[in-house]
Design a protein around this ligand. Structure first.
Ligand code: PEP
Ligand code: MN
Length: 332
């Protein structure tokens, strides 16, 4: 249950009255100066009419399955002037898995921009399974990302891997990526939210939707102005694809929860050959965009070569998306 307070409500008095009824509450701010009380699940079952009768209560509504700040998210946002979400044309974010050199980034930025991408992706700080694998070029790569993106009128999305480096990432990124492995890292989520940048929140590889929303709430609670959810595949049992692309979650977020959600088919599949059918499927499910790894020479990539598209393949994929029919809404 969510209790909306009257403008002139005496908050401690309202909370005390509700506690007297057996209702435990958390206070939070809504848009335009509104204040609300979230009634916690372990409270007593009390008739909403009784709650409405408490002095200082303006209205009472059923509890949303989303945490309070996620519940207030709009279904479309604008990041660096680029609209993303419900009713917007699908946004393409593309670039290498890892930033490898200034020259590589410059040439890839030119190619993906020419194909219709609006965001340049690329990891400066790489979360790798083994400490012996390439860990990314760090801060110097951030500057290269910004420069290449600016030259080609692209926005930047790049991952913040730690609290120590989140400020440096926020200096260059239009959208801070939180990776799958860090979705449960509440300290990093808070630090990223506190930078005031929008967040691209990847789903943890074994996270429920409730946990995913909880992670978003951490960012929003510290001031993140927007969240774009990114489904990147969850742990499956079959090794022929790297992960299991959960398109039901995409449909749920897009059509039921109505929050901006994109799909990363590269990490979901781990292979480039299935990208065309799965990107079509993602958009048909309601995805508002795609995050795609592109490399000029995938066979020489320092990370994730097998799943990278070459620029010409990305161009063909983008062409197909531009000419695809709009996806259907859900049945109500
Ligand atoms: C990435 O997009 O660079 C990445 C590491 O993805 P994920 O966190 O989904 O594994
Ligand atoms: Mn990768």
């Amino acid at each position: 249950m969510i209790v909306t307070l009257a403008r002139d409500a005496d908050v401690p008095a309202v909370r005390a009255a509700l506690a007297g009824l057996g209702l435990w509450t958390v206070l939070y701010d809504g848009p335009e100066g509104t204040r609300h009380l979230l009634v916690l699940d372990h409270s007593r079952a009390v008739d909403p009419e009784t709650v409405h009768g408490v002095d200082g209560v303006a209205s009472v509504s059923a509890r949303s399955p989303r945490p309070p700040r996620v519940d207030l998210l709009p279904c479309r946002v604008e990041i660096a002037g680029i609209p993303i979400g419900h009713g917007c044309r699908p946004v393409l974010m593309a670039g290498p898995c890892s930033v490898e050199s200034r020259e590589q980034l410059e040439s890839l930025a030119a190619r993906v921009a020419a194909s219709g991408a609006r965001f340049l992706r690329g990891g400066a700080f790489k979360p790798r399974t083994s400490p012996y694998e390439f860990q990314g070029l760090g801060e110097q790569a951030l500057g290269w990302l910004r420069d290449a993106a600016d030259r080609h009128d692209l926005a930047v999305v790049t991952e913040a891997l730690s609290e120590e480096t989140v400020a440096a990432v926020a200096d260059v990124a239009d959208l801070i990526q939180i990776g799958s492995r860090n979705m449960h890292n509440s300290a990093l989520l808070r630090a990223a939210g506190a930078t005031g940048r929008p967040i691209l929140l990847k789903r943890g590889m074994a996270a429920t939707i409730e946990e995913w929303f909880g992670a978003a709430e951490y960012c929003l609670e510290r001031g993140a102005p927007a969240i774009i959810f990114c489904e990147r595949g969850i742990r499956g049992f079959d090794r022929e694809t790297r992960n299991l692309l959960d398109l039901a979650s995409v449909a749920l977020l897009a059509h039921v929860h109505r929050v901006p959600v994109i799909v990363d088919p590269s990490h979901a599949l781990g292979r480039r050959d299935l990208m065309p059918p799965l990107t079509r499927a993602a958009l048909a499910a309601g995805a508002h965009g795609l995050l795609v790894e592109v490399h000029d020479a995938p066979e020489r990539a320092r990370s994730d070569g097998p799943q990278a598209l070459c620029p010409a393949e990305f161009a063909a994929l983008a062409d197909g998306i531009a000419s695809a029919a709009a996806p259907v809404e859900r049945i109500r």
